[in-house]
Write a protein that binds this ligand. Structure first.
Ligand SMILES: [Fe+2]
Length: 328
């Protein structure tokens, strides 16, 4: 036993390694979680934060010399982009198979989801009949003409939503839906979710599509009492079924510490580690709805079950369809 234990310790290297983590997430509480990982394992973390696309480009250009062992990205489309560029190496892990549902990880183990978010509907009850809005289809009905606010087609969140529709409904039905949606837009396209949620709350728009964590952030008071008061006027609708997206991570192909990197992924995907990652950004854990009181008030949602990997695979087709149908 003593020899086996010693060999086990040796396999991680004489000294415990320091892991390079490049992360498209940027929340202070993520760092508390990394510190907890270091306390538990002795493995230190050197963190570099940036935008998802800049980190993908950086790992790509650094090639075999990248100091990044783990790349954390937000949204299925970015995870797929990094995968297609060959930036990840595959990992098989019983712990990750157990903790990450199969539709929330790459089939070859190149990345694993760590948190979930829903692209939900916010509505202003003064402007629209909120009882008549229950699905993404409802947003394309003529009754909402001039009421719908949307982010522009550069939003990866919207690209993934359209990819989701393509997978479930096919090309023809998605085209019809897109045309109905665009016919209802009566505003310039927004460039981010938060101002759009505020516009709905103020009555400048009747209804909009935003990520769950942005609404929760406004309601939490994190961005001030004025935003909290404003957001309390919003009616939050979790579409049935809901389009779910993720943040996730994989081990870089050039990692010199894949075993330590696997331990970090297992820690972040575990119920306790994952709880910290989800809480940091008002996200849902990989399973269940978590215990964030604001998200609990939104109520449960029914995941449409589309594999996250498929969202990335349909990204290009989704963008083309958006452009062809006036989603600028
Ligand atoms: Fe975001």
């Amino acid at each position: 036993m003593g020899v086996a234990a010693a060999l086990g310790a040796c396999s991680l290297g004489q000294q415990t390694p320091t892991l390079g983590v490049y992360s498209g997430r940027h929340y202070n509480t993520d760092q508390l979680l990394y510190r907890r990982f270091t306390e538990q394992t002795g493995i230190r973390i050197k963190l570099l934060e940036g935008t998802d696309n800049s980190l993908i480009e950086r790992v790509r250009s650094e090639g075999s010399t990248t100091p990044a062992d783990v790349l954390v990205l937000v949204d299925a489309a970015r995870l797929e982009k990094a995968t297609q560029l060959g930036l990840f190496q595959p990992l098989r892990s019983a712990a990750l198979d157990r903790d990450v549902p199969a539709n929330l990880r790459d089939s070859q183990g190149r990345w694993f989801a760590l948190t979930r978010r829903v692209r939900l509907i916010v509505a202003n009850p003064q402007r629209v009949d909120v009882g008549a809005i229950r699905t993404y289809e409802d947003l394309a009905r003529p009754a909402l003409k001039g009421q719908l606010c949307l982010r522009d087609n550069k939003s990866v969140y919207n690209q993934s939503l359209v990819a989701d529709r393509l997978i479930q409904k096919g090309h023809a039905a998605t085209t019809t839906w897109l045309r109905g949606l665009i016919a209802n837009v009566n505003q310039p396209f927004f460039t981010s979710d938060i101002p759009m949620a505020r516009a709905v709350a103020k009555g400048d728009c009747g209804v909009a599509l935003v990520n769950s964590y942005y609404v929760a952030r406004l309601l939490s008071g994190q961005s001030g009492a004025a935003d909290r008061a404003l957001a309390s006027a919003l009616k939050v609708i979790l579409p049935d079924p809901s389009h779910v997206n993720v943040s996730g991570a994989g081990i870089t192909r050039a990692s010199r510490h894949p075993e330590a990197a696997a331990r970090l992924l297992e820690f972040l995907a575990s119920p306790s580690g994952g709880k910290g990652y989800a809480e940091a950004n008002n996200e849902y854990p990989l399973k269940g709805y978590g215990d964030n009181p604001i998200l609990r008030r939104f109520g449960p949602f029914r995941d449409d079950g589309v594999p996250i990997q498929e969202l990335g695979a349909h990204n290009r087709e989704a963008v083309q369809l958006m452009q062809a149908n006036g989603w600028n």
